[in-house]
Ligand binder design. Sequence first.
Ligand SMILES: NC(=O)c1ccc[n+]([C@@H]2O[C@H](COP(=O)([O-])OP(=O)(O)OC[C@H]3O[C@@H](n4cnc5c(N)ncnc54)[C@H](OP(=O)(O)O)[C@@H]3O)[C@@H](O)[C@H]2O)c1
Length: 391
Amino acid sequence: MPRMSRTVRAYAITAEAVAREKERVGGDLDKMDVANVIQLDKLELREMGPKDVHVRWLAVSGEHNVDHAALADTINIADARGGRIYPGNSALGEVLEVGAEVTEFKPGDIAITHCNGDPDQFGFPLRIWAYDQPESVGWYGEEGVVGAWQLIKAPLDCGLSLWEIAALPLRAPTAWHMWRRALGMFRLKVTEEQLPTLNVLGFGGGVSELFLMLAKHFGHNAYFCSGSPDRREALEKLGIVGIDQKQFNRFASKDDVSAFRKHVSQITDGGDAHIVCDMLRGPVFPAGLAVAARMGVNTSAGWQLSQVVQYNTTVMSVKQVTLDHTHYDTIEGCHEATELYGKVFKPTVHKEIYPFEDLPRCFEEMHQNIQTGIPIIRITDDLPDSVKGII
Ligand SMILES: NC(=O)c1ccc[n+]([C@@H]2O[C@H](COP(=O)([O-])OP(=O)(O)OC[C@H]3O[C@@H](n4cnc5c(N)ncnc54)[C@H](OP(=O)(O)O)[C@@H]3O)[C@@H](O)[C@H]2O)c1
């Protein structure tokens, strides 16, 4: 029987650590070492309530919101949350104990999380768990106490490895929601009879990869524009065409965007991209609009390279292009996305599975953009028998 404790080791980001690192590099975000900001801390688990579940975390995935929290580039979330956050909103764990009113889980079950922190009246998150949801404690630690509503049974027999399953809890629902919306919008304008097969293009990143897997699964042409040869190669094995983003200098100039537009036009036989997934914005945004087909949809749930964009409304009106902004899925949507693990979602996992102690290094390597897939951190060596067959 695994050890049950009330004080566990967990990673934290403090406003003080952010300020110290910023000062060290003279305010230059590009020089910040994220590993100096994410630090091992202690966490006192809250008392179990009747609807709670006590979980021992086995593996977690590295998520980009942690990079944003450590850099404080979007907002200084550690400061806004009172000086300290415990990050981590994508995790897989073993249930140790359940509250008196919990019927869906029992000790020994393997569960994954979702990060919808505060559903609005339609079920979509107002806030994200372990980020801007007040008081929310994240899961980059040894153990956690969560509400049963935050867990979903892990589909251990879906054909994916434990690490691949652990890669998906945050990114898969994001991609699933974006895909349904983008396709729905396009289909409002152009019917299946008029154009059955769409050209779908995504820019580098785990969410885009999953988005393209959905497009391919539903019979469309999919194109992955990324600077990483490893990630392109992994997607090419699934029939998703790679485009080297560095060949177009990551769209540094208008000429690069023009060359990219010509290339996309050529490989789509003049059809251009009916749906574009852009989680990055910045220079990627004008490139995504330039390749949009008439009636196209450009969807995003991220702003990694910039929060503010500019576009020509006249041109977009004439082309009838829709810009969509999404965040994260409903809890029901997270359950649906989980059913697609292995059938549709076959994530590329970074070649190193990081040990718990090296979690800060994992985030610095994510920051440097040198990982070959979604990074996974193994929290413990002591894995239960139920998962030993899928390691
Ligand atoms: N709202 C939500 O629910 C939600 C959910 C998930 C993610 N997000 C946000 O969406 C963004 C992407 O997340 P993710 O999980 O898909 O990504 P990810 O797996 O962490 O990958 C980040 C990608 O960024 C690309 N990149 C890095 N520097 C770049 C640059 N200078 N120019 C162009 N591309 C660059 C890299 O692509 P290359 O292969 O081209 O190098 C890399 O694959 C993040 O900002 C994240 O916070 C939001």
